[in-house]
Design a protein around this ligand. Structure first.
Ligand SMILES: [Zn+2]
Length: 273
């Protein structure tokens, strides 16, 4: 199947968006002169190896997860090893269970699968792809093991689900039905947002995990303002909707600009141990 079943969109000369199957995140191939990096592996519906061979023929691939949710890491078994934060290991281990609860398209035939190995990444780690270096920034919030990848050469921040458009929302939910999300808190999310905000002179756009893939830095401002207002109790200014029920839990939705956050009372503050 052409391109492993994926559709491609060129974002810059060296960055390609992979998409086209149901319930998958946005995946990005980043080309260096020596290697190609795949950021997130989706649901594993298409043949990622075939897609990468079409994008960067003959180049070795490094696969990285921004976090361990099923829609970002179920294609990990198409690679012998995948880089992710240690705190994302439990989510990644649960991902195949999560996958069972989501509708997916039929898997492309002929995909080679591995007993993939986890390789830990942490704050400040770098990946040299040749001609460009991507840096790991730890950004716990949406999940404990979330990371961003900063590409200073292409001036983009791959942000996973740290910041999302209002179509998808920044999900800050705990224990949704059978899904074993492990959320941190709005308080922690805000610290992570401030950390990437402090480096905003180094990138022009955020490339996210869902819907609006190319986000201007105003998205960061919106999510920071929403988090601050949730913490100081003034989120009413952003018209929280009546508590919608998501699965079997009650949560709140706040919207600002083109972004939104879905959270619970339980996920506002850090849990004091
Ligand atoms: Zn997620």
């Amino acid at each position: 199947m052409k391109n492993g079943g994926y559709q491609f969109k060129n974002i810059t000369e060296d960055i390609v968006l992979l998409y086209g199957f149901t319930n998958e995140c946005n995946m990005y191939a980043v080309k260096g002169t020596d290697k190609v990096m795949l950021i997130d592996t989706g649901m594993g519906t298409g043949d990622l190896k075939a897609a990468l061979d079409a994008i960067a023929p003959g180049k070795p691939c490094i696969a990285v997860n921004t976090h361990g949710h099923s829609d970002h890491c179920c294609g990990n078994n198409q690679f012998p090893e995948v880089y992710l934060h240690e705190l994302a290991y439990p989510d990644a281990d649960n991902a195949t269970e999560e996958k069972k609860t989501l509708p997916t398209d039929q898997e492309v035939e002929g995909i080679i699968k591995y007993e993939w190995r986890k390789v830990p990444v942490k704050e400040g780690d770098t990946f040299d792809l040749g001609g460009k270096v991507l840096e790991v920034i730890e950004t716990p919030g949406h999940t404990p093991g979330c990371i961003c990848l900063l590409d200073k050469t292409d001036r983009v921040l791959f942000c996973g689900d740290l910041v999302c458009s209002s179509d998808h929302c920044v999900h800050m939910l705990d224990h949704v039905e059978k899904l074993k999300f492990s959320t941190v808190s709005i308080e922690t999310l805000l610290r992570s947002l401030r950390k990437v905000e402090a480096r905003k002179e180094e990138y022009d756009y955020l490339l996210g995990g869902h819907d609006a893939f190319l986000m201007g830095k105003e998205y960061l401002d919106w999510v920071i303002e929403m988090c601050s207002s949730i913490l100081d109790g003034t989120a009413g200014a952003f018209h929280p909707q009546l508590p919608p029920v998501y699965g079997n839990i009650i949560c709140w939705k706040v919207e600002l600009g083109k972004s939104a956050i879905l959270y619970q009372d339980e996920t506002v503050f850090d849990k004091k141990s």
